[in-house]
Ligand binder design. Structure first.
Ligand code: PMP
Length: 457
């Protein structure tokens, strides 16, 4: 058996094997999945705009007018009128001085972090930040200090202790992708100000989903103009593909000159850009879609609560049902599918080992009846498997603190390491010299969240 076969077998054995499922037709609330009709409950097409007739038409027209590919990177010949048009529109939407498009949210995060932090600088990153932020931190070669999820004391302590003499950057999702909880943006901005740190906030799951007119969590918190770089994606609520960074004009000029994923990658294709522009226009014309998404989120949460899952009665559109065990999460996914509901199981390394889950994503295009039907199907599937619905409601991926951790905390948080990070971890505290460990046998692949406190090699 060769090494690749061995690794695939390991994944299978650990309940971590993945395969691609195929959706026929557009990303509507009901799709054909591997040929079977199901209710779709795990798409980020939050506002239902990916298949909106005006969005499709705009993309088709753009293909006829400008062609399919941009042909070159933005800095060579790839900047076309449609790129500029969307950038201007996004800057207005975000109440920002400037905007620049990237190929994807993954590339935008990598580019923005790399531009604001490099060797000798320090990046402070929430432990549940998206993998693209984690990878952006690694690529930046800055020193990466991971703070406990949304823990401002820990963040403050890390900055004081390890802020260094170089540039400082705090980076966070505004709505966490796998838990749906919001970051404490107001306090983060205050801390950043106090410590002379810059901020990058990733609004991937907030744009179009919350805030006035769907302008995101930053606008909701009244922080427009206070964040150094705002990242948004076109691939979720805006129904297309690609991403953007909004910032002061000078920062945008700086990104254009330094962000490697922008410099060294082909510009986004005109049909995708035009599709996003049409989606943005629809969002601005009909902001009621955002309200619909939010009330749908409440409908689903209440229906799941009626099934016995203790969920907060809030309007957050990402609803994690924490199962724990990897295989149990897969079984629930399959059983729900048998009952006509598709909610993909999310397992490590996307989430921490032992916190595998169904991540339910509501869309504005679902009907309330569809969401109630989905909750019943999932409830029945879970009961059939003997799973405890009352234990599925915790959205906090970080395990509860142990007594000895609390003690450490009082002693200055020095020894804190999130449990799930220990498996692959390089080092615990920058005070001690980093001693890279071999990846644990339990985690055959390098995880997305495997940095806690590490120094760049
Ligand atoms: N940031 C977050 C928080 C995300 O969830 C994602 C995608 N899941 C991205 C960035 C990457 O965006 P894109 O899909 O446009 O690459």
């Amino acid at each position: 058996m060769n090494e690749i076969e061995q690794r695939l077998q390991d994944l299978e054995r650990l309940g971590l094997s993945r395969r691609l499922r195929m959706v026929s037709g557009p990303q509507g609330p009901r799709v054909l999945l591997d040929g079977k009709p199901v209710l779709l409950l795990c798409s980020n097409n939050y506002l239902g705009l990916a298949d909106h007739p005006r969005v499709r038409e705009a993309a088709a027209d753009a293909a006829m007018r400008w062609g399919v590919g941009a042909g070159a990177s933005r800095l060579v010949s790839g900047t076309m009128t449609i790129h500029r048009r969307l950038e201007d529109r996004l800057a207005t939407f975000e109440h920002s001085e400037g905007c620049v498009l990237f190929g994807s949210g993954y590339l935008a995060n990598a580019g923005a972090i790399g531009a604001l932090a490099g060797r000798g600088d320090a990046v402070f990153s929430d432990e549940l930040n998206h993998a693209s932020i984690v990878d952006g931190c690694r690529l930046s070669r800055a020193e990466v200090l991971v703070y406990r999820h949304c823990d401002l004391d820990h963040l403050d302590w890390l900055i004081r202790r390890y802020g260094g003499s170089g540039r400082r950057l705090i980076v966070t999702d505004s709505v966490f992708s796998m838990d749906g909880d919001p970051a404490p943006l107001i306090e983060i901005v205050e801390l950043a100000r106090e410590h002379g740190a810059r901020t990058i906030v990733d609004e991937a799951h907030a744009t179009g989903a919350l805030g006035p007119g769907g302008r995101g969590a930053i606008a909701q918190a009244g922080l427009e103009g206070e964040i150094d770089i705002v990242i948004g994606t076109l691939g979720k609520a805006l129904g297309s593909y690609g991403a953007y960074a909004c910032a002061r004009a000078e920062t945008i000029r700086y990104l254009i000159n330094t962000a490697r994923p922008l410099i060294f990658s082909t510009a986004p294709p005109p049909p995708a850009v035009a599709g996003a522009l049409a989606a943005l226009e629809l969002l601005e014309e009909r902001p009621h879609r955002v309200q619909r998404l939010r009330s749908n989120a409440r409908v689903l949460r209440r229906a799941l609560a009626a099934e016995g899952v203790p969920l907060e009665d809030v309007e957050m559109h990402i609803v994690p049902l924490i199962i724990g065990d990897e295989r149990a999460a897969m079984s629930l996914c399959e059983k729900a599918l048998e009952r006509g509901v598709f909610a993909q199981a999310i397992r490590p390394p996307t989430v921490a080992p032992g916190t595998s889950r169904l991540r339910l994503a509501v869309m504005a295009s679902h009907t309330a009846d569809e969401l109630r039907e989905a909750a019943r199907a999932i409830g029945n599937a879970a009961r059939k498997l003997g799973l405890d619905l009352t234990a599925m409601g915790s959205s906090l991926a970080t395990p509860p603190q142990r007594a000895d951790e609390r003690e450490d905390r009082e002693q200055g948080l020095e020894r804190y390491v999130p449990a799930f990070a220990q498996a692959t971890l390089t080092t615990v505290s920058p005070a001690r010299s980093p001693a890279p460990q071999a990846p644990s046998a339990n985690v055959p692949f390098d995880g997305e969240r495997d940095i806690v406190v590490h120094r760049a090699a």
